[in-house]
Design a protein around this ligand. Structure first.
Ligand code: HEC
Length: 403
């Protein structure tokens, strides 16, 4: 595909995906907050069948929201549904995934150092995992295991850990992460499509027919929306993880991912409980401590930064010409005003490393991507060695001198 067209499609899909994602998660957060914040209504409202009542002020007006114990006596003329937010987020996400990771599999999904897959094989694995993930989850939720929410959660977490490990053994690191996101996102949208919406339709039909709705629908919908609540933050993290090789490019990237899943789900738990006036500061504190511990664990083993006294010697000993030629040969294939790489026609991320002045300008990012993490060169396509990374690290530690 023409690189320019590819870029334009990527931009449009991503923009659309982010907007619908905000609408979906925004509505979902709002309704969870709403449900948990309802107060007992005054008697005259309770007599009308209202179970919870809430007042809010927003955008210069007062709002009164009421939730019925069962259903209104008759169906209102306009009943608002919330489903297209979820569906369009999934659809745009799927197209974006296909464009970047399937059309561009050779660049983004396949890492020959991990597994020597063909484009067809990689796509087949990706799609099977996304579809299989949904069926595995859905069957578990329909099994007797679902009676015990905690046990089900543990089994799902174990399954997720296994999947994360598997993905990192077949795909590039970022391809593995994004597929975890695709599996979770598909489960969440599937929950809306296959359980929550049908449940609501059954409810509406029952009310129209003047009967009582089948309570099993409500139970199922509750389980699925609880899952959706706790997967929201992990999902958002995965969607932005591409910017953070300190996570996806770590040697134990699958474990880092699962640790972040636990931490972010716990944070969500804290807020859910807080809406119901249950303060659980220990959850938040625990998540904070766990985050710190994780940060310490994934911190790069730094290149021996010279002590002040030795700094001058190091500056003197750094061979600037050698650094320049290393970065030119290892990076400027792609990162150049005129790249020679077969896949990247324009300098990725706008980063050009043609001469020492540009290298100095980008020194902190070079440190992050090629020294602290070994995420650049991209898939180490140009075969940068560890010694070269040390050399570049020493040059940066010495203040990235230009001569
Ligand atoms: C085969 C092509 C290729 C080579 C070689 C390559 N890169 Fe990249 N680089 C990319 C791509 C693609 C991106 C954009 C995706 C991303 O940010 O991960 C990128 C993005 C970057 C960024 C911008 C993102 C940021 O974190 O600020 C930096 C900096 C970078 N590379 C540094 C390097 C360095 C240093 C080298 C050499 C040691 C190198 N790259 C070699 C393809 C390459």
């Amino acid at each position: 595909m023409d690189p320019f067209i590819n870029e334009v499609l990527n931009l449009l899909l991503r923009f659309f995906h982010v907007i619908t994602g905000i609408a979906w998660i925004g509505a979902s957060f709002y309704f969870i907050w709403l449900d948990n914040s309802l107060e007992n209504p005054p008697k005259w409202k309770a007599d009308k069948g209202i179970r919870g009542d809430l007042w809010a002020i927003h955008g210069g007006g007062f709002y009164e929201v009421a939730k019925y114990r069962l259903a209104p006596p008759e169906m209102p003329k306009h009943l608002h549904w919330f489903k297209w937010e979820a569906y369009t987020t999934w659809i745009t996400g799927f197209f974006l995934l296909s464009l970047m990771y399937y059309v561009g599999a050779e660049a983004y999904l396949i890492d020959k150092r991990v597994a020597d897959l063909s484009q067809g094989q990689a796509i087949a694995i990706g799609l099977s995992v996304i579809i299989g993930g949904w069926f595995f989850y859905d069957l578990l939720c329909k099994s007797p295991l679902a009676k015990n929410g905690t046990l089900l959660g543990i089994v799902l977490f174990a399954g997720g850990t296994g999947l994360a490990y598997f993905l990192t053994q077949v795909f590039s690191a970022r391809g593995a992460y994004i597929h975890m996101g695709a599996v979770i996102g598909t489960i969440m949208a599937g929950n809306v499509f296959r359980v929550i919406m049908p449940g609501q339709r059954a409810l509406v039909d029952a009310v129209k027919a003047g009967g009582a709705p089948d309570p099993s629908w409500a139970e199922k919908a509750k389980l699925r929306s609880t899952h959706n609540t706790y997967t929201t933050l992990p999902l958002i993290f995965i969607m932005i993880s591409n910017h953070y090789p300190i996570t996806y490019n770590h040697a134990y990237n699958w474990a880092v991912l699962m640790a972040i899943v636990v931490i972010t789900a716990a944070i969500r738990r804290y807020f859910v409980l807080r809406h119901t006036n249950k303060e659980t500061p220990w959850i938040l504190a625990g998540a904070g401590v766990a985050t710190l511990a994780l940060v310490v664990m994934i911190a790069p083993k730094s290149i021996s930064v010279p002590a002040q006294a030795e700094a001058a010697d190091v500056v003197a000993s750094v061979n600037v010409n050698k650094v320049e030629s290393v970065l030119q040969s290892r990076c400027a294939v792609c990162h150049s005003s005129s790249p020679t790489d077969d896949m990247f026609g324009t300098a990725p991320g706008g980063v050009m490393l043609d001469d020492i002045a540009q290298m100095k300008q980008w020194a902190p990012r070079i440190q992050a991507r090629a020294v602290d993490s070994t995420d650049m060169p991209f898939m180490n396509k140009t075969g940068m060695t560890d010694d070269e990374r040390v050399l570049v690290g020493e040059w940066i530690a010495a203040g990235a001198p230009e001569s």
